[in-house]
Every structure is written in structure tokens, then in C-alpha cells.
Design a protein around this ligand. Structure first.
Ligand code: ADP
Ligand code: MG
Length: 622
């Protein structure tokens, strides 16, 4: 309809806008990053939709983002206009996407903003998206035109408008008609104190700081400057001021060519002022992953990660490498987030994957189907850019192609390589990383064992770290390297959820400790499964200190046997008394040389479940 419809914001949106406007003033420049990232998302969406439905984009019409700045110094007003040629929004989408809070990140922001006095830093921690516009604008107009489709052959351009000081927004048919070919144009009527965003140099700097790499599509800034130029001889009567606007082009920057002929030496040269306007390509650098790793700074890697994967904390590790998969060569980046996704342990299988496959810098898919990363590493943020795959390769073709499977294997191998390197070069940083990732490495060992890829399994086991009766955070190799002479087993004691301090006083470790042996203390639910899967490391068997089969390695076999035989003989009546009176509950009663100060211990035989495993299985209802 032609009439304007007025809507009240949901109360959450109204609250959010208020918080944004009031408390995030000092971070307000992020509005541009948010708008560019939305424009980029919209173009990406158009392109991905067009892979299936060619009618919405012919593959030729330019995909780009343009910025135009206007300043009226007389009136002290200014505007910033950002336009994209993306998927656009219908009037319903305008009000649903911009007038409601659909985004979980935003609700999370609200929760935090309520409980924290310094929401100033939060804008960095949460993407506020479109609402960040109100940091710099009194009024915002969003004009949008979705592509024509068979279902909607004649879409009409609509406008969403809203003022920062009103708790409502309007959606109406654009009185100018369909001025956009397709896409969205956002006009910010800048606040009086935000006129710095009409300054070309300022905006150029901002784009390269925040969003140069947040867009894989070209960003153009419309610039104009007044230049003095000689007046061509045959044009002497032309007015002294002339406006020349050069067309914008996708792949090349157009500048006004000076085609005027050089005036003859002798002739008197007359000059006039010409306004030269041109589209300047702002993000013409190759994308970060295409650059030489040696030339990329840590800050660039971090900023790229946050902008690309919409993360708010710095990554704890990244790995940038070139790879080859048969005839296909590619560049890749793997990032390790600061922490695991919150729901990771509830449903590691369902955990969302962020593995992006690009071909020649263009996103093809983030769905690896059956070749997605194993669950232990499903949290990794990965970007792969292949050089030689056909651009229009379909997902089905990819699935059948060995490429995705190879990529998966290469990512896993390269992650292990990067972790191994950091563990050797910077153990302190490594320990820090492992605070959140030791568990997943163990899960990796378990999962890989099932797949039977022993190569990666042992490398993953080597990356795990353990607390022992003597030390903290040691590797299995360190354990083995400092074993005592004659020690043939890797001793461990498992007790889920116990403190390692208590475990050091366990009856099961006392004889081992008395002999100066180190015992690995396992307190994680996964540890026994880990050991059960791995069984040996570096050709030594894992031995549960609470189970049969414990060997000390330094036994004087002859002497001990004689002693034991004597004990057995002497205590025969006592043992048979115990056996007879505990028949129901206990499998056997034996004389042991395992204890030092405790009179007795209940143990499980080497094939039985330990008390700990029983607990675990009971909790899983087995
Ligand atoms: P987010 O980008 O995290 O979803 P935003 O607040 O930035 O949150 O944007 C909200 C929604 O508005 C987007 O998800 C998208 O559907 C829509 N949107 C915003 N900007 C554009 C645009 N330039 N073109 C098309 N849709 C857009
Ligand atoms: Mg956004």
C-alpha cells in the first residue's frame, strides 16, 4: 500500500537503542563496520541464492558497496549514504529485520548491559548491527528493493525510517520510485557532533581500520575535489566551473583522464576550476589469507578473525598455510577461539561448524556435509580459498569430489602441527591454550581411535597435558622420559571430580609414591575412556594403580615370591574366613604387597570396571 505504516518497537529494541545511544558514545565509529558487514552479508546472500536460482542475478551486474558523503556547511548538516547491490528487503523484511530483535547476540548484549556498569566496552564485545547507526545519526532511512522473482515479478522499493529519539519506526513505499536497481541504500542523517563522518579522509581511514577485510566485495567511496585545469582552446567559452562524474567500474578505479591537448608553448594558458569526482576503491588490497604470512601482523590476524567470524574475543591461536590437494592448491587459515562454544559439551555433534570454502576469493559453501570436521575439532574457525576449482561447482559435485574430504584431513593435520609447534616453542602459552582445549584433545584421541587413524591419534595424545603426584601439566612423553629405572608401566589413578590433592593421599598410590614413582592423576570424565582407547603410549602400557596387574619393575622376584608364599601360608585361615564371609560382594581376597600403611584396599581386577567407571556408566544409565 502507499500509506505509511507506523510501528512501535518491541520493548527490547527500544531499550537496546537507548543503551546504544547513551552509553557507547566513545565507540561510535563501529557503526560503519556494522553497516558494511550487513551490506556484505546481503551481497553474499544474493550470490549464494543465485547459485540455485539464476533469475535473481545474471552473474554479470556488479556486486559492490558504495559510500557517499554529503556536507552542507551552511546548515551544519551532513549525510552518509551506504548502498549495496545485495539481496534487499521486502517491506515485511524491513520491519521484521530492523524493527525486532531476532539476534541472539543482541539479547545477550542486553543481559550483560543490565548487569554491568561499563557497557562502554560491550559494543566491542557484541555486534550491535544495524542499531549502531543511531550512535551517529538522528534519523535513518533504509530504502530497499529485493530482486524480481517469478513469485514477485514487480517488487517495489520501500523505506524504513526511524529517529533516534522516537520509540517507533515507519515503513512506506519509496516516493522516489524504484531508484535502486536492486539492494539497499541506508541514509544516515548525521548528528551535529558526528559531521566528521562526512570527511573523505576520515572515512577512508575507518574503512581500512575496521572493515577493509570484512567485505569480499569492492567498497567504493565517492570523492570529489576541485582542481585547477587548463581550459582547452576550443572550449574557451565554457563556464568556469564544470562537473564531471566518472562512471564506477567493478574491477578498476576510474579517474578522470586529462585528455586535453597540451597548449602550445607560446599560447597563454588559461585555467579554470573543475570539480573532479571519482569512485575510489577502498579495499583493493588482496584479502589477508592471500598475503604472505610473514607480512601479516598479529593485529591484522585478530581483527580479520573478529570481523570475519563475528567473534568478540581475540583468538588464542591461528595457523595460516598454503596447501595442495592433488591438482588443487589453496590458502587456508585456521583459528582457535578463546573458548569453546557454550553448548559444545551438551551437543558436540550438533555444534555449528564454521568452515568456509572459497574459490578464488568467493564463498562457495560452509556446508561440508559428510566431510565436516570431526566433533572434537568442530569448534575451529576455518577459511579455505582454492585457486582452481570451477566457480560454479555445485555442492553435490563437491561432495562427490575427494576435495572436501582431503581438505578436512589437511585441516586436522595442520591444526595438530600448529599446536605441536606452539607446545614446543612457547610452553607457557600452550598451557594457557589448553585450559579450554585439553578435553577436546582427549576427545580427539578417543574419536580418532574409533576411526583407526593411529598417526593422528598418537600426535593428539602427545598434545594432552596431565597432573601427577609430582608435577602439573606434563606431557605423556615427559612422564616417560623421567620414569625410574625398571619402570615398565604408565601409572595412573582415576577419580572423577576429585581434587588431585586428595588423590595424592590415596591408598592406591602410596606404595608407588614410596618408591618414588610418579602417578598420573586423572580427574576428568573422559580420562578412563582415553586410556582405554590408547592402552599404550611410547610402547609403555597404562596401568591403573587401583587395578590388578600393577608392576613395580624393581621387584626382586625370587625373594618376593618366597616372602609372599610365606605370607600366604601364614594367613590362609584369615583369607578363607574373609572369602567365606564376603562371598556375595567380593570376587576374591588376596594377600597383597601393594600397601604400605593401609591395612587393606578394595580393588577391581584388570578387566573389571573401576569404581570410577561404574559411577560414570551409572550416570549414563547403562
Ligand atoms: P545481524 O547482521 O547480526 O543479523 P543486524 O542488526 O546487523 O544483525 O541486521 C539485522 C538484519 O537486518 C540482518 O540479519 C538482515 O536480515 C537485515 N539487514 C541489515 N542490513 C541489510 C542490508 N544492507 N541488506 C539486506 N538486509 C539487511
Ligand atoms: Mg550485522
Amino acid at each position: 500500500s502507499d500509506s505509511k505504516t507506523k510501528h512501535e518497537y518491541q520493548s527490547d529494541v527500544a531499550r537496546l537503542r537507548k543503551i546504544v545511544i547513551e552509553s557507547l558514545y566513545s565507540h561510535r565509529e563501529v557503526f560503519l563496520r556494522e553497516l558494511i558487514s550487513n551490506a556484505n552479508d546481503a551481497i553474499e546472500k544474493l550470490r549464494l541464492t543465485a547459485l540455485k536460482d539464476k533469475t535473481i542475478w545474471d552473474g554479470v551486474a556488479p556486486l559492490n558497496i558504495t559510500l557517499k558523503l554529503h556536507k552542507d556547511s551552511d546548515e551544519d548538516t551532513g549525510r552518509l549514504v551506504i548502498t549495496d547491490t545485495g539481496i534487499g528487503m521486502s517491506p515485511q523484511e524491513l520491519s521484521a529485520n530492523l524493527g525486532t530483535l531476532a539476534k541472539s547476540g543482541t539479547s545477550e548484549f542486553l543481559a550483560k548491559a543490565d548487569s554491568s556498569s561499563s557497557s562502554g566496552n560491550l559494543i566491542g564485545a557484541f555486534g550491535l548491527g544495524f542499531y549502531a547507526s543511531f550512535l551517529v545519526a538522528d534519523k535513518v532511512y533504509v530504502a530497499s528493493l529485493p530482486p524480481a522473482t517469478p513469485a514477485n515479478p514487480n517488487p517495489e522499493q520501500h523505506v524504513f525510517s526511524s529517529s533516534s529519539d522516537e520509540p517507533s519506526f515507519e515503513v512506506y513505499k519509496d516516493p522516489r520510485g524504484n531508484t535502486l536497481g536492486r539492494g539497499t541504500e541506508i541514509t544516515l542523517i548525521l548528528k551535529k557532533d558526528a559531521l566528521e563522518y562526512t570527511d573523505e579522509e576520515n572515512v577512508k581511514k575507518l574503512v581500512s581500520k575496521h572493515s577493509g577485510f570484512a567485505s569480499s566485495f569492492p567498497i567504493y567511496l565517492f570523492t570529489s575535489k576541485v582542481e585547477e585545469q587548463p581550459i582547452p582552446q576550443d572550449d574557451m567559452d565554457a563556464p568556469a566551473e564544470e562537473k564531471v562524474e566518472t562512471p564506477k567500474s567493478d574491477d578498476e578505479e576510474m579517474t578522470l583522464e586529462d585528455t586535453t591537448e597540451k597548449p602550445a608553448e607560446s599560447a597563454e594558458v588559461k585555467m579554470r576550476n573543475v570539480t573532479v569526482e571519482e569512485w575510489v576503491h577502498l579495499n583493493d588490497q588482496p584479502p589477508l589469507w592471500q598475503r604472505d604470512a610473514k607480512e601479516v601482523t598479529d593485529d591484522e590476524y585478530k581483527n580479520f578473525y573478529k570481523a570475519t567470524f563475528k567473534q568478540y574475543a581475540d583468538p588464542v591461536l591461528w595457523h595460516h598455510f598454503k596447501g595442495d590437494s592433488g591438482p588443487v592448491s589453496f590458502k587456508a587459515l585456521i583459528y582457535v577461539p578463546e573458548s569453546l562454544p557454550e553448548d559444545y559439551w551438551q551437543s558436540p555433534l550438533a555444534a555449528s561448524q564454521d568452515t568456509r570454502l572459497m574459490v578464488k576469493r568467493v564463498l562457495i559453501t560452509s556446508d561440508f556435509g559428510e566431510h565436516k570436521l570431526p566433533k572434537w575439532i568442530s569448534w575451529a574457525k576455518v577459511l579455505i580459498d582454492a585457486d582452481d576449482l570451477p566457480l560454479n561447482v555445485s555442492r553435490e559435485t563437491l561432495q562427490n569430489n575427494r576435495f572436501l574430504k582431503q581438505i578436512k584431513n589437511i585441516v586436522v593435520t595442520q591444526f595438530i602441527k600448529a599446536m605441536t609447534k606452539i607446545s614446543e616453542e612457547d610452553p607457557e602459552r600452550y598451557t594457557n591454550i589448553l585450559k579450554n582445549y585439553n578435553h577436546v584433545l582427549k576427545l580427539g584421541v578417543i574419536e580418532t581411535a574409533v576411526e583407526g587413524k593411529s598417526g593422528n591419534r598418537d600426535k593428539l595424545a602427545a598434545l594432552t597435558r596431565w597432573d601427577t603426584t609430582l608435577r602439573k601439566n606434563i606431557s605423556l612423553q615427559e612422564y616417560i622420559d623421567s620414569r625410574k629405572e625398571g619402570q615398565t608401566q604408565i601409572y595412573f589413578l582415576a577419580n572423577i571430580g576429585q581434587s588431585t590433592e586428595n588423590m595424592r593421599h590415596s591408598v592406591f598410590v602410596e606404595k608407588l609414591m614410596a618408591r618414588g614413582y610418579e602417578v598420573i592423576l586423572m580427574t576428568d570424565t573422559m580420562d578412563e575412556i582415553f586410556v582405554g582407547n590408547l592402552r599404550t603410549y611410547g610402547s609403555m602400557r597404562f596401568q591403573d594403580a587401583a587395578k590388578k596387574g600393577l608392576e613395580y619393575g624393581d621387584e626382586d622376584k625370587e625373594k618376593e615370591k618366597a616372602e609372599m608364599d610365606k605370607f600366604k601360608e601364614d594367613y590362609k585361615p584369615l583369607v578363607s574366613f574373609f572369602v567365606n564371609s564376603t562371598k556375595e560382594a567380593i570376587k576374591d581376597v588376596v594377600i597383597s604387597n601393594r600397601l604400605v600403611t593401609s591395612p587393606c584396599a578394595i580393588v577391581v581386577d584388570s578387566f573389571g570396571y573401576s569404581a570410577n567407571m561404574e559411577k560414570l556408566l551409572a550416570s549414563h544409565g547403562k
